[in-house]
Design a protein around this ligand. Sequence first.
Ligand code: UDP
Ligand code: MG
Length: 335
Amino acid sequence: MEPFTLYDRMNRKERKGMAVRYSVIVPVYNEEEVIHSSFKRLKQVMDQTCETYELIFVNDGSVDQTLAILKNYGDQDATVKIIDFARNFGHQIAITAGMDMAKGDAVIVIDADLQDPPELIHTMIKKWKQGYEVVYAKRTKRKGESLFKRYTASLFYRTLRTLTEVDIPLDTGDFRLIDRKVCEQMKQLHERNRFVRGLVSWVGFRQTSVEYERDERLLGESKYPLKKMLKLSLDGITSFSYKPLKLATYAGVFLSLAGFIYMLAVIYLKLFTSQTVVGWSSVIVIQLVFSGFVLLILGVMGEYIGRIYDESKNRPLYVIRESYGIKENKEHAKI
Ligand code: UDP
Ligand code: MG
């Protein structure tokens, strides 16, 4: 592979004193099919900026050739930096590790599968130079994804919005540019079950969006099966709202009121009429509804308690097997 620019050809020592303008974070998990194309396209876009940059690939426990391919790039290209996780810690944690290591004045997060077009980075940079500190990419269309995924994603973003006071934009993933100031703030947020796009909204700053049509994944399969999607959405909701916990209060008030009225009716029938209370089936139905509801509420509480437990263990967010071309910044590890 040919080095592309003068900046690439400089060795690490020569580049050391130079400030990095842009850090691009790419989380990768078993992306051997697509990594060639996405590296090439990303590189092309970043070269066009004519400014300094680093490409931080976070290898999230891939079991295929992803790491070997990345190391090969790293050997020939000083802009490539690699963080190799000791196992799969998940997409959100991979992004977090990238932010911890990033040195750039602006930090860009992008998926490896080319669903997020790298060319949009130019527009993001333009907005950043106009003074916005967060530029997020909003999906106007999602191509090549199943109806189920599109529908559930849309439902999730809308539910989350009604549940929380934090202004989390609709239909927006993690593809975004954030200013150094925002990145520094993000590093202060140590929660374990992370919903990064929500945290970026939470910190605030001047935010704006650019719209784009989300392409199909170029090659390979989605690394987000239903289980991971569910976990992410529960993290989003539990991190930014405790309204689900209030469900028990509202339902409790409503159901006990209804129960009380029903009891009065039963007493009235017993005392003043000859009608007996009919049927055990109604009792069973009520019993089922109530116990179902109690279990549901217990489950909701469990989601929160589990996360409190995670926090209390105070483990580091991630474990790095090795990093290449990067000086480790143990922001999260030292807490
Ligand atoms: N990814 C990751 N760890 C995971 C799952 C995914 O680092 O456990 C990366 C993946 O390699 C990709 C990005 O996160 O760069 C988004 O994943 P994917 O495209 O599979 O998700 P989808 O677009 O289908 O929601
Ligand atoms: Mg994808």
